[in-house]
Design a protein. Structure first.
Length: 288
């Protein structure tokens, strides 16, 4: 069965979400519509839709023009065995002692590693992206340097891979939060798959705005692998909720954006402990 995609970009999130809602009412109807911030510093948003029948080009063009979006680019995707494709492409990831793998690679887990089972179908945060790789590498380095964080939280947790990594190497409970309820469900599924029920607690929250997080603060270690703008917006809360001497591991930052993020955290009483690039992305460790 063929699959058709339609993609356009626009400069405002609200306009993008409005356009996405209108696309959902088209005939033929899409079986999936999403809105994503483009991670290139342009502050533009992408609207993507997937169809089982070719969408009406004229209607899409009219909607795009009416809302100030670029014209939709429509493509037909070849039929693909995506499960087989993912298994070929997503090989295990090694970040220090951490070994991130899918169940199809369970026989490859080294005996001396800290294994983290993340299925590719579980979306954001499989460990293959430079941001997740950077955070895991930073965590491994801090642990080897002697850090033993008792209170840990992962803000914008996605798959909860970072929260689970901390729970695997240190005792105690780790908190994980995400604003997206689908991400929270994904995180819960991964926690169960890794046998960490009761060790990693997942909650739906924007930033620190949830009672379990507020009650547990201040934290010895905070992960935030999101994007530049929310990281800067969170800086004051990070300063309030990070314990003196505590660390924050920050990523989702393009290399050219790192100085701006560093400045925002220095203004809140943090100092740079480490800064490392992984491809186009920078991971920062800041100490309060």
């Amino acid at each position: 069965m063929p699959t058709f995609t339609a993609f356009a970009t626009i400069g405002d999130r609200d306009d993008a979400e409005t356009l996405a809602e209108l696309i959902e009412d088209l005939d033929p109807a899409p079986y999936g519509v999403g809105v994503f911030e483009i991670e290139d510093g342009s502050e533009r948003w992408e609207i993507g839709a997937y169809f089982l029948e070719r969408p009406n080009d004229v209607v899409l063009d009219l909607l795009a023009a009416a809302h100030g979006a670029t014209a939709f680019v429509i493509s037909e995707l070849p039929e693909t065995d995506w499960v087989a494709h993912v298994r070929r492409e997503l090989t295990p990831v090694v970040a220090g002692r951490f070994f991130v793998y899918g169940s199809h690679d369970a026989d490859k887990v080294p005996e001396d590693s800290v294994p983290l089972l993340i299925e590719a179908a579980m979306a954001f945060g499989t460990g293959h992206h430079g941001t997740t790789l950077g955070c895991l590498t930073a965590l491994d380095r801090l642990d080897r340097e002697g850090l033993r964080a008792e209170k840990v939280v992962d803000i914008g947790c996605g798959t909860a891979v970072l929260a689970m990594a901390a729970a695997k190497i240190w005792p105690g409970t780790v908190l994980a939060s995400d604003i997206d309820p689908v991400a929270v469900e994904t995180a819960l599924a991964n926690v169960r798959a890794n046998g960490l029920e009761g060790r990693v607690i997942c909650v739906e929250a924007a930033g620190f705005a949830a009672e379990p997080l507020l009650a547990a603060a201040p934290f010895d270690l905070i992960f935030a692998n999101i994007l530049k703008a929310p990281l800067i917006a969170l800086a004051p809360d990070m300063g309030r909720h990070c314990a003196p001497g505590g660390h924050v591991i920050l990523s989702g930052i393009l290399n050219e954006q790192a100085d701006e993020v560093v400045a925002a955290y220095i203004a809140q009483g943090f100092a740079t402990a480490s800064r490392e690039s992984f491809g186009d992305w920078t991971t920062l460790v800041m100490r309060r």
